[in-house]
Each structure stands twice: as structure tokens, then as C-alpha cells.
Ligand binder design. Structure first.
Ligand SMILES: NC(=O)c1ccc[n+]([C@@H]2O[C@H](COP(=O)([O-])OP(=O)(O)OC[C@H]3O[C@@H](n4cnc5c(N)ncnc54)[C@H](O)[C@@H]3O)[C@@H](O)[C@H]2O)c1
Length: 258
């Protein structure tokens, strides 16, 4: 097969949870530019409608469906709506995240809230979407974790800022997601579903100057990630070009941990 055909997502229906978020927009754009029909799903219906509308104005086939992944009935509504409106699902990018915990000393109640969304809810949406993909004969699941699921926090990045200590729940659930990827890769292979993970580094989002200085000097490429950086790896894993990649976790940090 020609490489352009291997990388094409024409005819594929892709779901991106948290698709209106920072990394979500780049993921959505990449999948749609590769020819896919992309559904973005998250809690804020107005926000995702607006984001999908902007993508459509730019000629991309992007749609919005609301979901709260911490609510099982909402996940089932999403599943049924995908079947009714699109007839199948080929690719799920599991990208949504909630950040209820603000630092090391934050209330444990917020750790609970985080687990309800980022662990239990995430497992729920993963299982339901994998069912849909299996029903159509197979496809690809891509989990978005973080380099913070692979390494401890570099506290010196926050020196001279008022950003505080990074919250522990984020390190906990992202690390779990990386090994859940390996588990699912083995369990779902019999349904012709590949499961991989991407662990990105920090995305530029107008962080405080001092943080950018601290952070970027540790990255061999001397910058944070931008919205385009994630597109290639997602399209590779979503498409036939990645057909023999399964159970992998790809660190995308500009060489920070090389
Ligand atoms: N931003 C970064 O620098 C960075 C770095 C490394 C990894 N990541 C990873 O990238 C992914 C996306 O992060 P981001 O920074 O773009 O996030 P973001 O905060 O910009 O967007 C997160 C999205 O998830 C949605 N969401 C939250 N709770 C939800 C729920 N209960 N149900 C459905 N949707 C819900 C939000 O509405 C939002 O659209 C995450 O997995 C994160 O761990 C981000």
C-alpha cells in the first residue's frame, strides 16, 4: 500500500474525548486533516459546539457530542448517539482530563473526585468505546497520558513562580494509564483493537516567563510542545501506517528525558 493511503483516515470515524482542550484541538485537527470524521466530546456542550463549528468553517469534518465520563448513563448516551449519527467507531483518542487537585497538600476529597473522572470514569468510557470499535471489526485506541506518568516532578521548573507543587493525583492516574495501555493491548487484540499511549511533555500555554525559562533550558529542542507536535504521532497510531504498533507508550518531550 502507498504510504499516503496507509496514513489516510478517509472513511474512519474518530472520537476525541476532551477534544476542545489544549492538546485535544491539535489531535482533532490532525485526525480530520488526515481525512477522518472526528467527534469531539466533553462536558461543556457550548464549548465543543463552538470548537467543532470553527473546524467545520475550515473545511474539516468535525462534530460535537456532550459527555461526562464520570457518569455511566452519560457515557451510554454518547455510545448510542455515535451509533445513531455515525453508524460505527474506528478510533478513540482517550484524552480528557480533569484537574481537581491543586497541590500536594490539597484536600483528599479532591483526590477522590480526580479518581472518579480520571480513573473510574476513564475506564468506563474506554470499555464502552472499545465495545463500539469491536462491533465494527476493530480499530485503534490511543491513550493520552503524560511524561508526568513516567517520571517524578522536576520541582526546579517551578522555582521563582507561584505555581506551587504539582498535584499527586495527576502522576498517579497517568502512570496507571500507561500500564493499563499494555493490559488493554493484550486483552483487546483478539477483537482486532490496537491500544497505544502517547506521553507528551508540556504544551506552551502562555505559562509564566520564569517557568518557561526554567523548563525550556532542560529541553534539547529549547521549547515547549505546540499544537502541531502531536498530530503526526496520533495519525500514525490511528491509521493503517501503525498497524503493527500495539501496547506502546511513546514519550513526546522534545528530548527532555533523553
Ligand atoms: N497540557 C499539557 O501541557 C499536557 C502535558 C502532558 C500531557 N497532557 C495530557 O493531555 C491530555 C489533555 O490535556 P490538556 O492539557 O489538553 O487538557 P485540557 O484541560 O485543556 O482539556 C481537558 C478536556 O477534558 C474535558 N473533561 C474534563 N473532565 C471531563 C469529564 N468528566 N468528562 C468529559 N470530559 C471531561 C474538559 O472539558 C476538557 O475539554 C491529558 O490526558 C493530559 O494528561 C497535557
Amino acid at each position: 500500500m502507498h504510504i499516503n493511503d496507509l496514513l489516510s483516515l478517509k472513511g474512519k470515524v474518530c472520537l476525541v474525548s476532551g477534544g476542545a482542550g489544549l492538546y485535544g484541538k491539535g489531535i482533532t485537527e490532525g485526525l480530520a486533516e488526515a481525512g477522518g470524521t472526528v467527534i469531539i466530546a466533553s462536558r461543556n456542550g457550548v464549548n465543543i459546539e463552538e470548537t467543532a463549528g470553527t473546524f467545520r468553517q475550515n473545511g474539516l469534518d468535525v462534530h460535537a457530542l456532550q459527555v461526562d465520563q464520570s457518569d455511566h448513563s452519560s457515557v451510554i448516551v454518547l455510545k448510542n448517539s455515535i451509533m445513531e449519527k455515525f453508524g460505527k467507531l474506528d478510533v478513540f483518542v482517550n484524552n480528557a482530563v480533569a484537574r481537581p487537585m491543586k497541590g500536594y497538600n490539597d484536600d483528599l476529597g479532591n483526590f477522590d473526585v480526580s479518581m472518579k473522572i480520571n480513573a473510574t470514569g476513564m475506564m468506563d468510557i474506554l470499555r464502552e468505546m472499545a465495545d463500539l470499535i469491536a462491533a465494527g471489526g476493530g480499530g485503534s485506541v490511543i491513550n493520552i497520558a503524560s511524561m508526568m506518568g513516567m517520571f517524578g516532578p522536576d520541582i526546579s521548573n517551578y522555582e521563582g513562580t507561584d505555581m506551587g507543587t504539582p498535584p499527586p493525583d495527576y502522576f498517579f492516574h497517568n502512570a496507571g494509564l500507561i500500564n493499563l495501555t499494555r493490559y488493554l493491548a493484550r486483552v483487546l487484540a483478539c477483537k482486532n483493537i490496537r491500544v497505544n499511549c502517547v506521553s507528551p511533555g508540556g504544551l506552551f500555554n502562555y505559562q509564566p516567563e520564569r517557568f518557561l525559562e526554567n523548563y525550556c533550558k532542560k529541553v534539547p529542542l529549547k521549547r515547549m510542545a505546540n499544537r502541531d507536535d502531536i498530530k503526526g504521532v496520533i495519525v500514525l497510531l490511528a491509521s493503517e501506517a501503525g498497524a503493527y504498533i500495539n501496547g506502546e507508550n511513546i514519550l513526546m518531550d522534545g528530548g527532555m528525558h533523553a
